[in-house]
Design a protein around this ligand. Structure first.
Ligand code: AQP
Length: 342
């Protein structure tokens, strides 16, 4: 049986990047895999989260999963903190993983920034918790974008070392599921920064729950440059956009990339369609498409979160189903380590 595990952190307003880079893929994968989709609230608190908002953000991620089309009967949807096997296994993995492995993690360096001494210890050991998330379910595959490849490699190393150290094949080695050229959506105000939930300015992102007027206003005010839109001659022989070309006009290619992802068109088709046009016309067409694709999802998210009883019951039931898989796996690990348990 092929099983995937993936998650989204409840750290703020979900945006177009979360949808195109993650949630939309989750919807597609549920048909081919035994899928477990988690709202990773333990990961979220590696950076300060306001307790008054954490529950609402957790419900918002759940609402996004459901509104985008994830079927809670087919998949398991739950919030991580309810299944304590994640934390218990993570502690064991803290003792299996080596400091040298953690020191190499680029995401810690990026997120901790210049104030490394002030970062939480949780942020530093984030990869061991992620390894526990995946391995507690013996997931065979993990959908990963570029930014998570290193963490998956870490989880594979943890699984291998645990099996070796304790002389038992408890954990299968999970494989990455590379999702084609995943859209990396950048900030609307700065094409060199990724669109992000925790960025203070709301104008940098299109939220999944933004209404049509808000989407139109944000796209209208999105940063552009003075040139007209490029044609397909900027692509390489394989039809891809070279990184150095993207860096020359990051805001322009970000908007075109969003259009390509939302319309399911190739770069070539999009560039052919808009070659030589000004940004004003293109932005109007992009707004229409974004509203068409996002409004039904946003409306359903608003309906679900207005009365959270349905969400709460899906999360409760999902946690029971998740624990039914994770607890026996944790037991195997505890036995392998040699803890006295009877
Ligand atoms: N801008 C993005 N473009 C494409 N994919 C993105 N993802 C996030 N931002 C973009 C994907 O969304 C999933 C969930 O991410 P996460 O909640 O684990 O946190 P993140 O990657 O750190 O996302 P954010 O939105 O930037 O949150 P904050 O601000 O809290 O750090 C992942 O699959 C991610 O690749």
């Amino acid at each position: 049986m092929k099983r995937i595990f993936s998650g989204v952190q409840p750290t703020g307003h979900l945006h177009l990047g979360n949808y195109l880079g993650a949630i939309r893929n989750f919807v597609a994968l549920q048909h081919d895999y035994d899928a477990i989709y988690c709202v990773v609230d333990l990961h979220a608190i590696t950076v300060w989260q306001d307790p008054a908002q954490l529950a609402d953000h957790t419900r918002q991620v759940t609402a996004a999963y459901l509104a985008a089309g994830i079927d809670p009967k087919k998949c398991i949807i739950f919030n991580q903190s309810r299944v304590s096997a994640h934390s218990e296994l993570a502690w064991i993995f803290n003792c299996v993983a080596r400091l040298g492995w953690l020191n190499r993690m680029t995401q810690f360096k990026e997120k901790a920034g210049k104030h490394r001494e002030q970062a939480s210890a949780g942020l530093y050991v984030y990869p061991t918790l992620m390894a526990a998330d995946i391995l507690a379910y013996k997931a065979t595959h993990v959908p990963v974008g570029e930014d998570q490849k290193q963490h998956l490699e870490f989880a594979r190393n943890v699984a291998q070392k645990f099996n070796f150290d304790y002389h038992r094949e408890v954990f299968p080695i999970p494989e990455p599921l590379i999702l084609g050229a995943a859209a990396r959506v950048m900030s609307l105000r700065d094409g060199s920064k990724k669109m992000s939930k925790s960025e203070p300015s709301d104008m940098t992102r299109i939220n999944m729950t933004d209404d049509a007027d808000t989407i139109a206003n944000k796209i209208k005010r999105a940063t552009t440059d003075p040139d007209t839109l490029p044609g397909p001659d900027v692509l390489d022989d394989a039809g891809d956009l070279p990184d150095e070309t993207r860096r020359e006009r990051p805001a322009c290619y970000n908007l075109l990339g969003i259009y390509a992802a939302l319309s399911d068109m190739s770069w070539r088709e999009v560039l052919q369609q808009f070659e030589g046009q000004g940004f004003a016309t293109f932005k109007t067409t992009l707004t229409e498409l974004a509203v068409e694709k996002l409004a039904p999802i946003g409306n359903e998210m608003n309906r679900l979160t207005a009365d959270p009883a349905e969400i709460d019951s899906i999360l409760r039931e999902g946690a029971d189903r998740a624990a039914a898989i994770a607890v026996p796996v944790l037991d195997e690990a505890l036995d392998a380590v040699g803890f006295l348990r009877n």
